[in-house]
Design a protein around this ligand. Structure first.
Ligand SMILES: Cc1cc2nc3c(=O)[nH]c(=O)nc-3n(C[C@H](O)[C@H](O)[C@H](O)COP(=O)(O)O)c2cc1C
Length: 192
């Protein structure tokens, strides 16, 4: 698959086959993909926690907020919940020149692209109950909890469509998930 096909396939997946677990070695490969990402001033302020035991996945799941725009959906049912997570942290003691917000976007994107290249879907999550996760994962005050990346084998059909009036993602009665994207000509302001 070429990189553009991979980017196209790399959607936010929120429903997974919970019976298919992910190996620890796979999670280490994701951390490798993150570690090799570009980093502002090469400061490398990010740190990671991986979670893939069923017990901890269940506990972490309880503190995550899913698909805010789908008001009628409370998140995946038990059999469709993620089977692993990578939690992204920033070291508050990193040099001032560090740019953890940008770095974390790059690191997550590389992890998610690597994952989907192996058939594993992901969803970056920034909406969660921070104090509960910090407690659950015993996160030291030194680290800022930035993102949680949910992972698993997708069982969801995600369809890209062109933005008409609204950018809000939506679902149909069969559970197909539609994601409107702008057309290239609508976002390319000028060509010189
Ligand atoms: C920085 C960031 C934070 C996000 N936080 C959440 C979140 O808290 N919960 C959620 O269900 N999806 C979250 N998403 C997924 C977005 O909703 C998703 O990217 C968007 O709907 C477009 O779909 P696509 O990723 O398939 O292009 C987040 C995505 C990004 C990039």
């Amino acid at each position: 698959m070429d990189i553009l096909q991979l980017i196209t396939k790399n959607r936010s997946y929120r429903r997974f086959d919970n019976s298919r677990k992910l190996e620890d070695t796979f999670l280490s490969e994701l951390v490798d993909a993150a570690r090799l990402s570009q980093s502002g001033a090469n400061a490398q302020p990010l740190r990671y926690i991986t979670v893939n035991t069923p017990d901890m996945c269940e506990k972490l799941y309880a503190h995550l907020l899913w698909a805010g725009r789908l008001k009628e959906w409370d998140g995946p049912v038990e059999e469709e919940r993620p089977t692993a997570y990578v939690v992204v942290l920033a070291d508050k003691q990193a040099p001032k020149i560090a740019m953890p917000l940008v770095d974390s976007g790059l690191a997550m994107q590389n992890m998610c692209l690597y994952a989907i290249s192996k058939g594993v879907g992901s969803c970056m999550i920034g909406n969660f109950i921070k104090p509960e996760i910090k407690k659950l994962l015993e996160i030291d005050e030194r680290y800022e909890l930035m993102w949680v990346v949910a992972l698993g084998y997708p069982v969801e059909n995600v369809v890209l469509e062109t933005v008409k009036d609204d950018v809000a993602y939506h679902r149909d009665a069969e559970g197909n998930h539609y994601v409107p994207k702008y057309k290239a000509e609508d976002i390319l302001l000028n060509k010189f």
